[in-house]
Design a protein around this ligand. Structure first.
Ligand code: TUI
Length: 314
């Protein structure tokens, strides 16, 4: 049992957020993670508000444990999804790809704990001043839309900059990563890529297979020139996209080329012509297993590391 400020604040058994991955973090996965003692998170992605409402209803039919919704702020539905989250008094709201400042007061009045994802110390400081409940500090090892800093340097700097619980994200896929995050001062971890290979995750079997097969240098970043760099697995789509990018294609053309490609891979299983978003930890994911087993393994492993390191103390 690992208790931190985060387990206490959110009434969860393990200091763990499941990543709020668009298309993949549905009620099936989130309910399983929450039932196992972590914080399951529904990923709203670009989905409309009715979809998010149905997901929350389905999750609540399966578990009474706390859960979260991730609001992707670049979504055309972000404002309407925020309304759903507020009306439903969702226990924990994480946000990605932007600044949730405009909704903070109303979220807090509804009793939602707000944990924005940040990729820089400046954003962490700004949001701490605005009164968020905690932060997810996400390093560039993560999948999807990423910042420049690695988890190893981002987390301790965010921990020092704010007086709030910090959840470390990016590159964490086993007990060693959990222990390392705690060593950096984090109050918990967020794990995404490993949960894509949970039995309950609705990802297409070929998407899961691509992650299981990934090697250490297969999760690469493209789209830096668009201002929205994205980490995904190397494939045919990635090759075409990066060669156009290198040839100086305008950002609008690249954005257009990317549209719908994540859905094609994640749900339709077109892992060659679609975009297989995944973090660098894909190489460390080697089996499909129930979400509850992932949760147990992460913290049993972390406990072993902590015991071993305790033995090294002078
Ligand atoms: O958001 C993510 N991961 C994502 S979002 C996404 S959908 C998308 N697809 C194509 C292009 C862009 C997005 C797929 N994966 N992770 C959390 C995260 N948030 N990483 C980085 C940030 C971030 C970036 C800028 C947070 C705040 C921020 O602030 C900008 C500002 O307003 O200063």
């Amino acid at each position: 049992m690992i208790e931190t400020k985060l387990t206490e604040l959110l009434d969860i058994r393990y200091p763990l957020f499941q990543g709020g991955m668009a298309w993949l973090a549905t009620h099936e996965l989130a309910a399983a993670v929450s039932e196992a003692g972590g914080l399951g998170v529904i990923g709203a992605g670009n989905a409309p508000p009715e979809w998010v409402q149905a997901q929350i209803d389905a999750l609540r039919r399966k578990t009474a444990r706390p859960f979260g919704v991730n609001v992707m702020l670049l979504s055309p539905y972000a404002a309407e999804v925020m309304e759903v989250v507020i009306e439903n008094k969702v226990p924990v709201v994480t946000t990605g790809a932007g600044n949730p400042g405009p909704w903070l007061e109303r979220l807090k009045n509804a009793g939602c704990r707000v944990f924005p994802v940040v990729a820089s110390v400046a954003m962490a400081r700004r949001l701490a001043r605005m009164g968020v409940d905690g932060l997810v500090a996400e390093g560039g090892e993560a999948g999807g839309h990423v910042g420049e800093l690695s988890t190893m340097v981002l987390v301790p700097q965010v921990v020092d900059a704010v007086d709030l619980p910090v959840v470390a994200a990016g590159g964490i896929a086993d007990g060693r990563g959990v222990a390392a995050a705690l060593a950096l001062g984090a109050a918990g971890v967020q794990v995404g890529t490993r949960f894509v290979c949970a039995a309950e995750c609705v990802a297409h079997p070929r998407y899961k297979e691509a992650i299981l097969k990934a090697g250490d240098r297969d999760a690469v970043v493209s789209g830096r020139s668009t201002g929205h760099p994205v980490r995904c697995l190397k494939n045919r789509f990635w090759k075409e996209f990066t060669s156009l990018e290198k040839a100086g294609a305008p950002p609008e053309e690249l954005e257009r080329l990317g549209t719908g490609k994540y859905h094609a891979a994640a749900i339709l299983g077109d892992v060659e012509n679609g975009s297989v978003l995944a973090g660098q930890a894909a190489a460390m994911v080697n089996k499909i297993q129930p979400a509850a087993d992932i949760v147990t393994e992460l913290f049993a492993g972390a406990g072993q590391v902590c015991a071993r390191l305790g033995g090294l103390a002078p």
